[in-house]
Design a protein. Structure first.
Length: 98
């Protein structure tokens, strides 16, 4: 499984647009093959800080997700609405049961 984390710090005047676009992206992404989880969260200590958490079945599914034109358009739009560069991390994980 691949876990992706991301975050963006929205311009205060653009927060509503960031949240709207983020929800649209999350809902669209959840329909893609290999998407196990796709969510967006607003930081309760800093409302302009928006965080994403994604779980993908494998690297191939994530690669396809990044190639979807709407994913690129979403990333560009966030860049225009944020105060700093968007951060992203990708991790390979093995689920464990306890």
């Amino acid at each position: 499984m691949i876990i992706v984390t991301g975050s963006v710090r929205a311009r205060p005047d653009a927060l509503a647009d960031v949240l709207r676009l983020s929800l649209e992206h999350v809902h669209r992404s959840r329909l893609e093959p290999g998407c196990l989880l796709h969510s967006v969260h607003q930081d309760v200590e800093d409302p302009n800080h928006v965080v994403f958490l994604e779980h993908w079945a494998d690297a191939a599914a994530l690669k396809i997700h990044f190639a979807v034109p709407e994913s690129s358009a979403f990333a560009r739009a966030l860049g225009e609405l944020s105060t700093e560069r968007t951060s992203i991390g990708m991790y390979e994980a093995t689920p464990i049961t306890m």
